[in-house]
Write a new protein. Structure first.
Length: 258
C-alpha cells in the first residue's frame, strides 16, 4: 500500500486484521490507524491525518496549490529522482475535499456519537462579536442606538472557476444551490457604459463559456470582517445586478429572524 506522509510517499506491506470480533472492513481499519483511504472497496493508497491537516493549512495560509504541495512531497521522498515517485495528485484532491468537509462537520459538533446530519445554517459561522439578540445583548436592545449591525458588500473577480468537462462527476458534499432558483427567474437588462475608459460594465457581457464562475461576491461584517451566512455567491458574468440583491435579502431575512 502507498502511504502518503509528511516525510514522503512510502510503499508498505499491509496485513489486514481478521481476528474474531474485529472490524473486517479495510477502510475502517485504516481510519483507526489514522490513515485516510483514497478508496473504500479496495484501498491501495492512504494519507495520514497529519499530512491532510498540513495541506489544508498550506492552502489557507500560504495559498499553496495541490500540485505544488504534492511536488514538495515528491522531493522529500526522492530528491535525486522525484519523477520516479508515484503521482497521487488525483487521490489528494479527492481525499482533501472529503477531509475538509469532515473537519467542518466535526467543528460544528456533528459526528460525535450521533447520527444527526447537518441541516440549514448548521455549518455556517456568524460573527461572534456582532450584536445577536438573546445571546450577547440585553433584551431592551431596541432602545439603544449604539447596538447595530453594519455590513459591507464587495466582489472578487480573480477567483474564477472553470467549467467541468463531466458535470456528473461533480458530487456535492454540502449542497449550495440556494440561489439557482432566483437566477433562473430574474430578468436582467444589458447596460452599456457611457465612459470609454470604464470597462467594468462592458466586460460583463463578454462570453466566458469556459468558466462556470467568473468571481465571488459576499456580504461581510464591517467591523470584524466575518462573512454573513448565505451571502456568498458566484458571479457568472461579472458583477451582475441580480446577485447583490439576493445576498442582501438573505442577510436581511437572517437579521429579521434574530
Amino acid at each position: 500500500m502507498l502511504v502518503d506522509t509528511e516525510a514522503g510517499v512510502f510503499l508498505h506491506n499491509i496485513v489486514w486484521c481478521g481476528c474474531p470480533g474485529s472490524q473486517h472492513r479495510q477502510h475502517l481499519q485504516l481510519l483507526k490507524a489514522r490513515l485516510f483511504p483514497a478508496s473504500i472497496t479496495q484501498p491501495w493508497t492512504a494519507f495520514t491525518f497529519e499530512v491532510l491537516d498540513h495541506f489544508l493549512i498550506d492552502v489557507l495560509e500560504c495559498k499553496t496549490s495541490a500540485s505544488s504541495f504534492f511536488e514538495k512531497i515528491w522531493w522529500m521522498t526522492n530528491h535525486s529522482f522525484p519523477d520516479t515517485v508515484p503521482n497521487q495528485y488525483q487521490e489528494l484532491m479527492r481525499v482533501s475535499r472529503l477531509w475538509r468537509d469532515l473537519m467542518s462537520q466535526k467543528c460544528f459538533g456533528f459526528g460525535h456519537d450521533t447520527q444527526e446530519k447537518p441541516g440549514k445554517d448548521d455549518l455556517a459561522w456568524f460573527c461572534p462579536s456582532c450584536p445577536q439578540p438573546g445571546i450577547n445583548i440585553p433584551d431592551n436592545w431596541q432602545d439603544n442606538w449604539l447596538i447595530s449591525q453594519r455590513y459591507v458588500v464587495d466582489g472578487n473577480f480573480t477567483t474564477q472557476h472553470m467549467t467541468m468537462k463531466m458535470l456528473q462527476l461533480d458530487i456535492s458534499l454540502s449542497d449550495g444551490l440556494g440561489i439557482s432558483g432566483h437566477l433562473s427567474l430574474a430578468v436582467e437588462s444589458k447596460e452599456h457604459s457611457s465612459c470609454s475608459n470604464h470597462q467594468v460594465i462592458n466586460t460583463t457581457n463578454i462570453n466566458r463559456s469556459n468558466l462556470c464562475a467568473t468571481g465571488v461576491g459576499a456580504t461581510a461584517c464591517a467591523w470584524h470582517r466575518c462573512f454573513v451566512p448565505h451571502s456568498i455567491v458566484d458571479f457568472q458574468k461579472g458583477e451582475r445586478s441580480v446577485h447583490p440583491p439576493k445576498r442582501m435579502l438573505s442577510k436581511l431575512i437572517r437579521c429579521l429572524d434574530t
